[in-house]
Each structure stands twice: as C-alpha cells, then as structure tokens.
Design a binder for this molecule. Structure first.
Ligand code: ADQ
Length: 472
C-alpha cells in the first residue's frame, strides 16, 4: 500500500546541481520506503523558500511526490516559531518556564494543521479516483497533532500512524496547556501512536484517560468508539552511514589532525543544536566544577563544544547564545594557560564527515540534556567510536544524561543527572581514566543496542505494526 507522510520538514533539499536528500536520519530512513511503496511526502514551504509546490522524486523514477504547504510569514511565526517552538517543545521537555501559551498561536496551529491534512487527503482522493488503493498515512511529530483528526473526518476508514519524536510528559504537566484536550483528541484519531520509550507511551495513555476519560486496556486507548494503540518504537541512526564515515579514507587522519590542533590533550566532546533542552549551560558549569576539583587536569583536558545554530529569532534561543558566549569566555578567562584553552566552543554546523572525525577524536562524549526524546548524538558517537576501536583505534567513553530516551537503551554509558554539577564532574574524571579494556567492553555493549535500533529497522517495525492494524 502506498504511503502519505506528513511532516514539517521536506525530505529533499535544493543543491547547486539539483536535489539531494535532506540531512538527518528521518529522510534517510523514509526515502527508501517511499521509493519502494510510492506515495507522497507533505511538508511545509517556509516564507523564504522558493521550492516548487509539487514535484516528483527521484527525477529518474518519479517514485513519489513531494507536496509543499506554503506558509506566509505571520502564519509561520505563529504556527512554527510560536505554537511548536515556544509552547509544545518546552512543555514536552518539562521546561515549563519557557512555555508561552498564546491564543493566536493556537488558532494558527489549528489552521495550518488543517491545510496539511487537506493536502494529504487530496493525495489520497486522487489515488482513489484513479482506481488505486487508499494510501496509509504516517504523520510526524509535535507540529502535526491535529492532522489525524482532520484526515479521519475526511476518510473515516483511513489507516493513520503517528510518531512523536520528543518526550511525552506526565499527564499533570501536559494538562497545563489550555488546548491540551483538543490536541489529544486530534492525535487519538490515529490507529497507532509511536514513542521512543515505554515511559512516554504510558504518559500518553494516562493523559488520554485523565483528561478525556478514555478507556485504556494494555496499549490500547478507546475514545469515542475509536481504538488507538500507543506503543514504544525507539528510533536510532543510519548505522551503516556512520560506520562508513568512520572508516572512509582520510577519516582517521582528520581525527588525528583534530587532536594535534588541540595540543594532544584529552578531548571531552559535546555536539548539540544550541537548544536549552540540551543542558549546554549546566554542562559548561559542570566542566568548570571539574576544573576546580581536579587542578592536576589543567592543561591535560579540553571540552570541545560544537553547537549548531538553531531557532534563531526565538528569544530563549538568542539568550542562550549570549549565555554560552559568556560562560565559555568566563571559564577560559579564568583557567587558560599558554596554548591550552579549557573550552573550545564552536557555534557552527559541521558536516557529518567532520562530526564523525570529532567522535573518533574524542576520549569522552559528554551528552547531558535536561530532557531528550532519544538523543541521536549518543548513538552516533557509540557507532563511530566502536567501529574505530574495533579497527585498532582508541576507544571512547560515553557520559549520558539519565533524562534521555537513549539512557533506556545504551547500557554501556555512564548515566548522570544533568543538574548535578558535582556528580557530572566526578563521572567525567572516572570516564577519562577508564581502563581501555573496560572502554572496549562498554562500547561493544552499546554498539549492539545502536544496531538494534537502526533507523531503517525503526521505520520497518513501525509500519509493520501499523499495517497489521485491522488484519486481526
Ligand atoms: P534533535 O533534538 O535535533 O532531534 P538529536 O536526536 O540529538 O536531537 O539529533 C540531532 C542531530 O543533529 C544528530 O544527527 C546530530 O549529528 C546533528 N547535529 C547536532 N549538532 C550538530 C552540529 N553542531 N553540526 C552538525 N550536525 C549536528 C529530535 C528529538 C530527539 C530525537 C530525534 C529523533 O529532540 O530526542 O532523538 O528528534 O527522533
């Protein structure tokens, strides 16, 4: 059966020589599925974009269609920068102080979700009119909570899946939103809703029961006569791609160059979008604490923090940018000596080959979000470090926040509470001195988990569960 994906971001991007897949695991996992099954990907066209509203892809086979929903500036501001980034994102991550509910955000969100749903319905109706089977719908993430409801109203027997990429908070937190019940109702029109962990799925079922009086039996939620399952479907990375980058000609040299440029010190690595959920500021403070507690490490270790610009123009993100500049300046001002700088802060985006070189160069990956649905940086680091270690390279260690989805799966990591500066500093000290045999043992444990959750397997497992709907 063909597939209609509904997601905020398009799976392809313009390049100087035509079109290429968008970066990131989602596009790499779902493009082959769409090429195989046919169908469409419905995505947003932002106010500054000039991409076509409809195009087929790949150019040679035209296997599926990309349809874009054009948004003008005010609508984009209220729906995306507003409701998605300033309300749903912080709420899902329990960062209630960042939530700014606003009536205009809500109205724009509803209107934009309707337009996405109608674009998806159009694709299905065209298929039906041409005598083809009705497609399956798969809606992605917190930008699209009301889409299933509108699709269901237009095609009552549609098969609709939904995947939620961020944490689903406790029902008592979710209910803070004035529109909590409407949003839940919107999602419950799906047949299957997937989350990264059983804990998030459980929170979702509880929200449906507490806020709407829905009946919950096992994984199934029954509301107004419709059944929706909430299941755990953890996502991973494109493992082959990252292992390939790590083994590519020149990769080991690139990693050696990084180490040399930093003066041969031990490397503690952070890689994140510059986002307040990622715990960047507390991580810097914990590293400062580490330098206070372990003066013998001065000149021997640097924190390399790569932060890619994200959601610029949203006040909380602009403020975080200033605070990071201030924190890195303060720590270096206090501790730098000779050629050694304790913090190397890069506010830049890197391509994946460079990132893989940094993963290979790192002694410890320091992944300390305050909350994170999964966290793919942890998977990427484990995949690269494990494959390099297997081929005789230096194995790395992973220090990981226990408040991430990844903490449920990556057993070989050192788990930490990201709010505990002393605990982070002490764990960092232990991880830096970890004997090589133990690093190798922990990495091979993590590698197994990373492979199990490969993004292609994730897509296949979710779609199998969705396709099974109605067959019993
Ligand atoms: P994100 O919040 O974006 O994803 P994450 O899972 O860590 O978080 O993925 C980030 C991706 O961006 C990684 O592939 C990483 O390599 C890349 N990246 C980060 N910093 C970069 C930099 N400086 N330069 C280049 N690339 C960089 C959301 C949820 C997560 C969930 C994913 C998938 O918030 O919890 O794991 O979706 O569901």
């Amino acid at each position: 059966m063909s597939l209609v994906l509904v997601a905020n971001r398009a799976p392809i991007r313009p390049t100087p020589d035509g079109w290429a897949p968008s970066l990131g695991g989602l596009a790499s996992a779902l493009l082959p599925v769409l090429e195989d099954r046919g169908g469409a990907w419905v995505a947003m066209r932002g106010p500054d974009e000039e991409t076509p509203l409809t195009q087929t892809y790949p150019p040679e086979t035209a296997a599926f269609t990309v349809r874009r929903v054009p948004l003008e500036e005010p609508e984009f501001e209220a729906f995306y920068q507003g409701m998605a980034n300033r309300v749903l994102w912080p709420l899902s991550h329990y960062l209630v102080e960042h939530v700014e509910p606003d009536r205009s955000f809500r109205d724009a969100y509803r209107a934009v979700n309707r337009r996405f749903a109608h674009a998806a319905l159009d694709v299905a109706r065209t298929d039906l009119a041409a005598g083809r089977e009705q497609p399956t719908f798969w809606v992605q993430d917190y930008h699209m909570m009301l889409v299933p409801e509108t699709i269901r109203a237009g095609l009552p027997d549609a098969r609709i899946g939904f995947f939620w990429h961020v944490p689903w908070p406790a029902s008592e937190v979710f209910r803070i939103l004035p529109s909590a019940r409407d949003l839940l109702r919107g999602m419950l029109a799906s047949d299957l809703v997937g989350f990264h962990t059983e804990g998030y799925a459980e929170n979702f079922r509880e929200s449906a029961r507490d806020l709407l009086g829905a009946k919950v039996e096992g994984e199934t939620i029954t509301f107004e006569g419709h059944r929706c399952r909430a299941e755990s479907h953890p996502i991973g990375i494109d493992v082959e791609r990252f292992e390939g980058l790590a083994m590519a000609p020149g990769a080991a040299e690139m990693a050696a160059e990084i180490r040399e440029d930093l003066g041969g010190v031990q490397i503690v690595l952070g890689v994140d979008r510059l986002d307040y959920t990622k715990g960047l500021l507390l991580r810097m403070e914990a590293f400062e604490r580490f330098l206070e507690l372990y003066p013998e490490r001065h000149g021997e270790v640097s924190l390399v923090q790569i932060a890619t610009p994200s959601r610029t123009g949203v006040p909380a993100y602009d403020q975080l940018k200033r605070e990071m500049d201030e924190a890195s300046g303060r720590i270096n001002g206090r501790y730098a000596k000779g050629a050694w700088a304790p913090v190397r802060y890069r506010y830049q985006s890197f391509d994946q080959a460079e990132l893989a070189a940094y993963y290979q160069a790192a002694d410890v990956a320091f992944v300390t979000p305050l909350r994170d649905g999964m966290n793919l940086v942890a998977h990427e680091f484990a995949a690269v470090s494990a494959v390099c270690a297997e081929r005789g390279g230096r194995p790395g260690a992973l220090v990981l926040s226990e408040l991430t989805g990844a903490a449920d799966y990556l057993d070989g990591a050192f788990l930490v509470n990201p709010y505990d500066a002393d605990g982070l500093a002490r764990t960092l000290d232990t991880a830096l001195d970890l004997p090589e045999t133990e690093r190798r043992a922990r990495l091979s444990q993590m590698r197994e988990a990373v492979r199990d959750l490969d993004v292609h397997v994730w897509a296949q497992r979710f779609l199998e569960s969705l396709d099974a709907e109605g067959e019993d």
